[in-house]
Each structure stands twice: as C-alpha cells, then as structure tokens.
Design a protein around this ligand. Structure first.
Ligand SMILES: NC(=O)c1ccc[n+]([C@@H]2O[C@H](COP(=O)([O-])OP(=O)(O)OC[C@H]3O[C@@H](n4cnc5c(N)ncnc54)[C@H](O)[C@@H]3O)[C@@H](O)[C@H]2O)c1
Length: 251
C-alpha cells in the first residue's frame, strides 16, 4: 500500500489505534497530521514518528470544538498542500473515559457524562468529516475512515451514549457522507472493532475466535480501506469483531 506523499489526518493520535495508525501510514511514506487533546502525549508520539524518519506534525484539538477542527484542516493544507485520508480514532466509552462508574447505573448518571459521550464519539467525527470534505471536494479526491464499535451494533447498558454515538457513525454518518462524497470522488467507510488490546482489560470481552484483536489487525484494515486497493469500496461498515456479533445469546 503506497501512501507516498499522501497526507493523513488522524485524531486520537496520542494513543492506541490512532498512534499505531500514524506509525504505520508514516512507514508507507505518508505525511502525518496527528491530533489529540492530550498535548504532552501527542508531542511525544510525533517525535517518535519523526525520530523513525517520518514526516509528522502535531495539532492539539478537542474534536468537540469545530473551530479547532477547522484549524487542524487548515494547518494540514498549509503544511502539506492536501488532505488525502481522514481517520477518526478519537473516542471512547464515557463511563470509562470520565471515570464515572461510581455514579451507578444509567438512570443515576448525570447528563453531562452522556453529553461528553455523544459529543466526542459522534459530533467529533461529524465535525472532522465536514471540515475535511470541503478540502477533499476541492481536490476531487479523498478517503474518510470513521471508527465505530461492536457496541454500536449490540448496545451497551452501561455506556448508552457511546453505543448510541457509534451506531450513528456506523450507519447514518458513514452512509450519508458516502452518498454525498461520491460526486467529489471521496470514499467514506467505517471500521468497527470488537475488543482490541490497546488496553489489557479488553482481553476479557468474549469473541467467537476466543481472543481480542491485536491493534495491528485493526490498523491493517484501516490502511486497506484507505488505500487504492479499496477504490471500489464506499459506504460500508466493517465489523472487525472476531465474530462476536454472531454469538449473541450464545455466551
Ligand atoms: N480498544 C478497543 O477495544 C476498541 C473497541 C471498539 C472501538 N474502539 C474505538 O477505537 C478508537 C480508538 O480506540 P483506542 O483503544 O485506541 O483508544 P485510546 O483511549 O487509546 O485513545 C483515544 C484517544 O482519543 C483522545 N481523545 C479523547 N477525547 C478527545 C477529544 N475530545 N478530542 C481529541 N482527542 C480526544 C485521547 O486523548 C486518546 O489519546 C475509539 O474511537 C474507540 O471507541 C476501540
């Protein structure tokens, strides 16, 4: 997969799948624009990519802030002239990310916890897709990879906002923007992982294959869909879940 001189924006780039994507696209020759809210971790990760010989810049942004999102787009274009791939990795389950399990169950959790879950996981991807589509339409080319979750397919009583947001990303957002983007030669796909070992805790989530994914397995799929090898693929959501989706009721 050749990404020589292609520019790839990756949110959630300071950690997990976002950072691994940055390293892997960089190895294939891409210019990397790594985005995160966590400045210290982001700078460290960009330095790591550069130390390995890659071309990378960091832009601190909160995906919930549209002005900051547009600043990422404008900085990427100023620095590298184009935006070829957008990968929306920033996100996470609200109860874990905000350390909110002490509130108890859904009915007792304050609404601002759910606002965060929807804003980061749905609006953040919507904002980035909207901002970069302006540039991609100008170029008449581009690929957007949204990130969903098996939780958006099967529901989750403890992280209701996360599940709701990911469903929206996997269905309405990805399909609508694939329909819209086609006239500008922009493809839009979604990758929805099951458990991934970006944290050891994910090993406890059951799958048909009896294990969680290695992060590289998810990044390989993201790269394939972002590459010209997938030029005929748009508007799809790929569940990369080790078969968990078809075991419901069986475990
Ligand atoms: N790891 C899994 O098992 C798994 C499973 C299904 C889906 N996913 C999805 O994959 C994506 C990446 O997961 P991961 O495990 O690599 O996550 P991670 O927690 O390692 O990284 C998420 C990153 O997003 C950043 N972030 C959080 N809020 C932000 C905001 N408002 N603005 C900008 N950045 C923000 C964090 O600082 C962090 O660096 C997420 O969207 C997640 O929902 C992960």
């Amino acid at each position: 997969m050749d990404f020589e001189n292609k520019t790839v924006i990756i949110t959630g780039g300071a950690s997990g799948l976002g950072f691994l994507s940055g390293k892997c696209f960089s190895k294939e020759g891409a210019n990397i624009v790594l985005v995160d809210i966590n400045k210290d971790a982001l700078d460290e990760k960009v330095n790591e990519i550069k130390a390995a010989g890659g071309k990378a810049i960091s832009v601190v942004a909160d995906v919930r802030n549209y002005e900051q999102v547009c600043n990422v787009r404008d900085t990427a274009v100023k620095e590298f002239s184009s935006i070829d791939v957008m990968i929306n990795c920033a996100g996470g389950a609200e109860m874990r990310m905000l350390d909110a399990y002490h509130y108890g169950e859904f009915k007792d959790v304050p609404i601002d916890v759910f606002d965060w879950g929807i804003d980061v996981n749905l609006k953040g991807q919507f904002y980035f897709d909207h901002a970069v589509l302006k540039q991609m339409a100008k170029q008449n080319s581009g690929v957007i990879i949204n990130i969903g979750s098996i939780t958006g397919e099967e529901g989750c009583a403890s992280n209701v906002a996360y599940s709701t947001a990911k469903s929206g990303v996997m269905n309405g957002l990805t399909k609508s923007l694939a329909l819209y983007g086609a006239k500008y030669n922009v493809r839009v796909c979604c990758v929805s992982p099951g458990p991934v070992l970006t944290r050891p805790g994910m090993a406890g989530m059951n799958t048909l294959l009896g294990r969680a994914a290695d992060p590289q397995e998810i990044v390989d799929l993201i790269m394939y869909l972002a590459s010209d090898k997938a030029a005929f693929i748009t508007g799809i959501n790929v569940l990369a879940d080790g078969g968990r989706n078809i075991m419901r009721g069986k475990n």
